[in-house]
Design a protein around this ligand. Structure first.
Ligand SMILES: [Zn+2]
Length: 213
């Protein structure tokens, strides 16, 4: 069963590596099914390795995309718009790198442009490119903010992520209803209390004005 994604190399968070073939990936899933205690040859499971591998292509599509290139198309005719731009409640679906189970939540992204602005859908896509990788929430938050800072060079950037980790809710300590909040504030979002307050108010943070996340 060869097909789908070819065995090319892939740029991971830690460098370029050779990607195993689809057949090898399916064999690994089959091993996990057997290890869990089931029979990978029974009718209900016969197509599962192939389906899991296809699902992984979606879950981890972010390794195939360049986040910097994504932000490089900018608009300069912005009528000198220099107020804060915020995209809030961006649906976030990622996978924790420790257990490969879902991290589900939302991201809020804001920046203060200096002449160059990026299409608003690009900010949502940027979140997706980093989310569709194996992640921890702290790194995900920092990668999104740092990429915007590096490519657009705005006066400031703010990224806040609120998410529930299924490795905490469905296994381990089993604490449903707990969400984790992380933030990365750069430039004026970090140094100027008024800008920070404005951002936190715009994203509807219940902590705005108190401990400032
Ligand atoms: Zn985990």
């Amino acid at each position: 069963m060869v097909g789908g994604r070819p065995a090319e190399s892939v740029l991971t968070n830690s460098g370029r590596r050779q990607r195993p073939s689809q057949t090898e990936a399916e064999a690994a899933v089959r091993t996990l099914i057997e290890w869990a205690g089931d029979d990978p040859d029974r009718e209900g499971l016969i197509g599962t390795p192939e389906r899991v591998v296809r699902a992984y292509e979606e879950f981890f599509a972010g390794y195939n995309e360049d986040p910097v290139a994504l932000l490089e198309t900018t608009f300069e005719e912005t009528a000198a718009y220099d107020e804060m731009i915020v995209l809030r409640d961006i649906r976030l679906e990622s996978h924790c790198e420790h257990h490969i189970v879902p991290i589900l939540g939302k991201a809020h992204v804001g920046y203060l442009p200096t002449g160059r602005v990026v299409g608003i859908s690009k900010l949502a896509r940027l979140v997706e490119v980093f989310a569709k990788r194996l992640q921890i929430q702290e790194v995900l938050t920092a990668q999104i903010a740092d990429t915007i800072q590096e490519v657009l060079n705005p006066r400031g950037v703010g990224v806040v992520i609120e998410a529930a980790h299924q490795c905490m809710t469905t296994r381990g300590v089993r604490k449903p209803g707990v969400s984790m909040v992380t933030s990365r504030l750069l430039g004026s979002f970090r140094n100027d209390p008024a800008t920070r307050r404005e951002f936190l108010a715009m994203i509807g943070s219940p902590r705005s004005g108190s401990n400032g996340i």
